[in-house]
Design a protein around this ligand. Sequence first.
Ligand code: ZN
Length: 132
Amino acid sequence: MIKKINHIGIAVNSIDQSLKLYTGVLGLSLKEIEVVEEQRTRTAILPVGESSIELLESTDPESPIARYIEKFGEGIHHLALEVDNIDDALKQVAQSGLPLIDETPRKGVENTNIAFLHPKGTGRVLLELVQR
Ligand code: ZN
């Protein structure tokens, strides 16, 4: 069901500030910055081998990322696992009884379909399923 780690999402106060570390010091390249209106988030995509790091910056003080940073501070926000078929994967997870945040997939960055599992059912790890 799982193909690979697609990306690791990191909640940051400022993409510009964080890029000083990720591109300036660590030498990663910035592929693009995409605004996800629905999530009120700007996402910077930094490929790392077959996976990426995504820096998530809030564009609204009430957005999920803003609320996360308020509660926990900056840091690793979620782990995204790539699947071949997100509908099948979601069905399988739902059948196992684990709670879902997204019952049906929604649009992610780079035209992907994504869905989050509820951290209540995953040992407080926020897991995202991604289909390219
Ligand atoms: Zn993600």
